[in-house]
Design a protein around this ligand. Structure first.
Ligand code: F6R
Length: 609
């Protein structure tokens, strides 16, 4: 998704902007640009493709000045091109703007501005903004009132960094629907769409709230409401390190993050387990609250929705509470049946996914209490939900979600166990047993990661496959969905996840000699049934890769390759069975020559519908 950086201070702006943009590369983008202001003139440089293309271009002469804005663009309106890249300037060149989000009424504004004589050169929605601000500057005395007036005419979402050639001592940042922070340091101040962009320079940041506008001077920051009224705001101190946001010796962020999973699990679990019981008081979830829950609605997108599938199974099995599961983009438009007694749980790594935000707002409008499970402190979802349970996974940079998924599962298991206990459906012994088992899982994850050669070997054998089918039953089916997504999104091998019993109702027609089927087999209750499904595909010549416990006695020749995980209670198996398959997906991608951190067409945080 697009990234924004801005700087004003004693240093030359462009090198600072480029370093910030490079830290936002992980968000996914297809062009980049910078603008800087000096001698009352804004200069802009932009290039399609990677940031390195822009750096190359700048060797021929970079914009000069100690105030500037930069952007990495992920195309929505108009193809990726130099012209469509941001920053965009107004007709007179007075104002430059970098924008994240989508302006929904841009066609109407474009027509109005066109009639007033403004010529458009790009296909973007963004270009209306600098023109509009220039138009408003004619009617208003000063940049802030002009920005307030211009923003009041925009419909849609934006995070904006604005440069005005006639106000050289200040940058403007504005937020509605797209995250933005302002970093504060003794050597100038910064604007960014994401904290890692400013971490080398400062840990002190303002997290802008919806509608806020910041005037960012070299030596101070003024925050205003959407109406231009001064707002007092506290600085937030970032506690995680720059190092945590960098690769730390691993060849890719994804690999680093897979290996960080034992720590992420520990960090998420330890603060919630005190003296043998689960403590969810940080989310203001009391035993009384949980006792009163009669129905749960789980909503998310992508990987987070797969975590919700596991959450649904765990909550229903343990707490016997009906759970509705949906993907946010469907939920928000299907007029869901919701009641104030429902607990709606939205799960989102970034806390900024547009569809999940909309689903959350809808649930709140209908009177539901919303609990957010998210990884990003200060994100929109964290701030708007009634209650928040953080997944302490640390920053997840790789586009493919790994450690965030595991910690989402863990939070949902904790909720399921506590809900069941509060409803009197789990005995003290079973409660203690579940907790003890959860406490062993970080070590068990470490055991899997201590011997990754089988996953690499499996990838070597199978990375040239055209299609791969993942099958499982019950919780193995939920984990298979995630394993299949992981593989396809980074290796570009077509894959499908099937409930194993459903295979023979159609998809088995695709199985032919040499096809690869990956079977997840951790659920004792349906192990025999799964074995029959495996036999069905074996009989049609399929090769078989199986993920199962270390001590499972697999019938001779049932699988060509086996990836073993330590035994756990079947309910928690998805926390372990996904790890070898994340690594399988990772190695397939690398062996096929792709960068798993930057899968094509994908973005880390999907802030558009
Ligand atoms: C896939 C992946 C995506 C995200 C989805 C939701 O590996 O990461 O499917 O899970 O875009 O994102 P969040 O969790 O940020 O709401």
């Amino acid at each position: 998704m697009c990234g924004i950086v801005g700087y004003i201070g004693p240093k030359e702006a462009v090198p600072v902007l480029l370093s910030g943009l490079s830290r936002l590369e992980y968000r996914g983008y297809d062009s980049a640009g910078v603008a800087a202001l000096s001698g009352g003139r804004i200069q802009v440089a932009k290039a399609r493709g990677k940031l390195s293309n822009l750096v190359e271009k700048l060797k021929g002469g970079a914009p000069k000045g100690s105030a500037g804005i930069g952007h990495t663009r992920w195309a929505t309106h108009g193809e990726p091109s130099d012209i469509n890249a941001h920053p965009h300037t107004g007709a007179s060149g007075r104002v430059a703007v970098a924008h994240n989000g989508i302006i929904e009424n841009y066609l109407q504004l474009k027509e109005e501005l066109g009639k007033a004589g403004y010529a458009f050169i790009s296909q973007t929605d963004t270009e209306v903004i600098p023109h509009l601000i220039e138009e408003c500057l004619k009617a208003e005395a000063g940049l802030l009132p002009a920005v307030v007036r211009a923003l009041s005419k925009l419909r849609g979402s934006y995070g904006l960094a604005i440069l005005d050639a006639q106000t050289p001592n200040c940058l403007v940042a504005a937020r509605r629907g797209s995250p933005l922070i302002v970093g504060v340091s003794a050597e100038g101040n910064y604007i960014a769409s994401d904290i890692p962009a400013v971490l080398p320079y400062t840990r002190e940041v303002y997290l802008l709230d919806e509608g806020e506008i910041a005037l960012v001077f070299e030596d101070r920051v003024e925050i205003h409401s959407a109406e231009g009224k001064r707002v007092e705001k506290e600085l937030y101190t970032v506690t995680w390190s720059v190092d945590a946001a960098e690769r730390g010796g691993y060849s890719h962020f994804m690999l680093k993050e897979i290996f960080e999973q034992p720590k992420a699990l520990r960090d998420t679990l330890v603060p919630r387990v005190r003296r043998g019981s689960i403590d969810l008081s940080e989310a203001a979830l009391s035993d009384e609250d949980l006792k009163g829950v009669s129905r749960v609605v789980l909503v998310a997108c992508g990987t987070a929705s797969h975590a919700c599938l596991v959450g649904k199974a765990a909550i229903e099995k343990l707490a016997r509470v009906p759970v509705e599961w949906d993907i946010a983009s469907e939920f928000r438009y299907r007029d869901p049946i919701l009641s104030p007694d429902d607990l709606c749980i939205v799960v989102s790594q970034s806390g900024e996914t547009a569809d999940t935000i909309a689903a959350m707002r809808l649930a709140r409008e209908r009177g539901c209490k919303v609990l957010a499970v998210t990884n990003v402190v200060g994100s929109t979802i964290a701030r708007e939900a009634d209650r928040v349970l953080y997944t302490w996974a640390g920053p997840e940079i790789g586009v493919a979600s790994t450690k965030a998924y595991l910690t989402q599962l863990l939070c949902l298991y904790l909720l399921a166990i506590q809900l069941a206990f509060d409803k009197g459906l789990v005995s003290e012994e079973d409660y203690a047993l579940y907790l003890r088992e959860l406490e062993t899982l970080p070590d068990k994850a470490e055991t899997i990661l201590s011997s990754t050669e089988p996953m690499r070997r499996a990838a070597e054998l199978f990375h040239a496959q055209k299609d791969i089918f993942f099958i499982g039953r019950g919780l193995d089916y939920a984990a298979a969905m995630e394993a299949s997504l992981k593989l396809k999104e980074i290796s570009y091998i077509h894959s499908e996840a099937m409930a194993a019993g459903e295979l023979k109702h159609g998809t088995i027609a695709l199985i032919e000699p040499g096809s690869l089927v990956v079977a997840l087999s951790t659920q004792g209750l349906v192990a025999d049934k799964l074995e029959s499904n495996i036999q069905e595909v074996r009989a049609r010549g399929a090769q078989l890769l199986c993920v199962t416990y270390g001590d499972t006695d697999l019938r001779e020749k049932l699988a060509d390759q086996v990836l073993r995980i330590p035994r756990t209670v079947d309910l928690f198996a998805p926390l372990l069975s996904i790890i070898p398959l994340q690594l399988f997906a990772y190695h397939c991608a690398v062996l096929r020559g792709y960068d798993p951190d930057k899968p094509r067409n994908l973005a880390k945080s999907v802030t558009v519908e």
